[in-house]
Design a binder for this molecule. Structure first.
Ligand code: PLP
Length: 479
């Protein structure tokens, strides 16, 4: 590592990235390249000799950026956002700069302790119950993704129940969720060895705005108990991926508690909004949960990856995931004086990710972050109004956060035709390069999703987006 070279190249790279942000609106939001495009542009093997930064940056401009979908564009409305920010970027830089691997406390005490502190800070901002704070049995940890968060708590719950029910009971363990739960849960079940027939995917429909009905859960649990099965894991949602639905946590948690089921709450996207007092109500009932996750990298100005997980009982995690090889033994760990985050996650190695969350919290402060969220929600509210005023469209589920779900209304009650028309519209707007929205299916209806949450999005972008959608639909309907 040559410090002076780092200084020189680093400045150039920062300039390059700053210019990228300055011109981000000039790129098609959704990359328009064809599969395999890069193979034709890059050599077949790595260079034998060093090339210059200029050569590489030239290639980035001409060959890489065309194949980039611009998630940070103010016109990116697909899936859920993945925020970058100056503070998050600086934190990432610093993390790369110090280049530590903080799997055990001893490998960089600051990495572990800062992570515990910022997760406590955020738990307090979310007004999470005390038992999620690090001072007792609970605590928070940064995972790479919500999928990893769900997997590790499922494994913790599985091993906890198997310790009392016996290892041979794995085939009897049952998982519950609504059919709106992210596919990360299904993946976790696959990895954790849960029998596919023991995954209860309970129907949630428009009658509850796609929230899970507690009666359905109770019925399923009772049936499974009668059949000699062991209900052990429930995943509730605050902000589902398709429509941002919110499950009734308190009622679900009550059922989970009385049946000794581990209750996990997935608030990957909407959790961020709950730092605002007026949105905190959507995690009411989280007191009954055993674990809770939200992705700071979605809507909290923290660069990917930074998925936050809190657990009530850290020992459930460590009993399932800890290893103690000779080559990692050290005094602090042996004396049980410290947290070793390697035992709270799947990999051993871990980056200093708390730096970027700490930077975000310090450089922006809670009030700015709250207003950031509020602004997106207001923009979404305005868009929802525009959609509902247009006779060609209908809003499909009432908006709670910053996701607007809508579609072209069916003509002649022909749902099939309506679905293909909406997919045509999706293709038309996304291939224009002017914006990027995504879709889902709700009760068999193809629904278009406009998730507002990119840091650069302003009112003018939302208005222009709606204009493009309206133009495309007029063309389609004329056809
Ligand atoms: N849960 C919800 C509600 C999500 O919306 C998503 C992704 O959008 C996930 C989980 C999975 O997130 P990750 O990519 O962090 O695994």
């Amino acid at each position: 590592m040559d410090s002076e070279q780092l200084r020189e190249y680093g400045h150039r790279m920062v300039d390059f990235i700053a210019d990228y942000y300055k011109t981000i609106e000039s790129f098609p939001v959704l990359s328009q390249v064809q599969p395999g495009y890069l193979h034709n542009l890059l050599p077949d093997s790595a260079p034998d000799h060093p090339e210059t930064v200029e050569q590489v940056l030239d290639d980035v401009k001409t060959k890489i950026l065309p194949g980039v979908t611009h998630w940070q564009s103010p016109n990116f409305f697909a899936y859920y956002p993945s925020n970058s920010s100056v503070a998050g970027f600086l934190g990432e830089m610093l993390s790369a700069g110090v280049g530590i691997v903080g799997f055990s406390w001893v490998t960089s005490p600051a990495a572990t302790e800062l992570e515990m502190i910022v997760l406590d800070w955020l738990a307090k901002l979310l007004n999470l119950p005390e038992h999620f704070l690090s001072k007792g049995n609970g605590g928070g940890v940064i995972q790479g993704s919500a999928s990893e968060a769900i997997l590790v708590v499922m494994i913790a719950a599985r091993d906890k129940v198997l310790r009392s029910a016996g290892k041979n009971s794995l085939g009897k363990l049952v998982v519950y969720s609504s059919d709106q739960t992210h596919s990360a849960l299904q993946k976790a079940c696959q990895i954790a060895g849960i029998h596919p027939e023991n995954c209860r995917v309970l129907k949630a429909d428009s009658s509850t705005n796609y929230a899970l009905r507690p009666e359905l859960l109770q019925e399923a649990v009772s049936r499974d108990l009668e059949a000699g099965l062991i209900p052990f894991f429930l995943c509730g949602n605050v902000g589902t991926t398709s429509s941002a639905a919110v499950d009734p946590l308190a009622a679900l948690g009550k059922i989970a508690k009385s049946n000794e089921i581990w209750f996990h709450v997935d608030a990957a996207y909407a959790g961020s909004a709950c730092i605002c007092p007026e949105y905190r109500q959507y995690i009411d009932g989280v007191e009954t949960a055993d674990s809770f996750n939200m992705n700071a990298h979605k809507w909290f100005l923290t660069n990917f990856d930074c998925s936050l997980l809190w657990v009530k009982d850290q020992h459930a995690l460590t009993e399932a995931l800890s290893t103690n090889p000779e080559f990692l033994k050290n005094k602090a760990s042996q004396a049980n004086l410290v947290v070793d985050y390697k035992d709270w996650q799947i990999p051993l190695g871990r980056r200093f990710r708390s730096l970027k969350l700490w930077m975000v919290l310090r450089l922006y402060g809670a009030e700015t972050l709250k207003n950031y969220i509020r602004n997106h929600i207001k923009l979404a509210k305005d868009l929802e109004q525009l959609v509902s005023q247009d006779p060609n469209f209908e809003v499909i589920t009432p908006r709670i956060f910053s996701l607007v779900c809508f579609r072209i209304v069916p003509t002649d009650n022909d749902e099939k035709k309506c679905n293909s028309r909406n997919l045509e519209l999706l293709e038309a707007v996304n291939s224009s390069g002017k914006l990027f929205i995504s879709h889902t299916a709700l009760s068999g209806k193809i629904v278009l999703r406009c998730a507002i949450g990119a840091p650069l999005t302003e009112e003018k972008h939302v208005k222009e987006t709606w204009k493009v959608i309206q133009e495309k639909v007029s063309y389609l309907l004329r056809k």
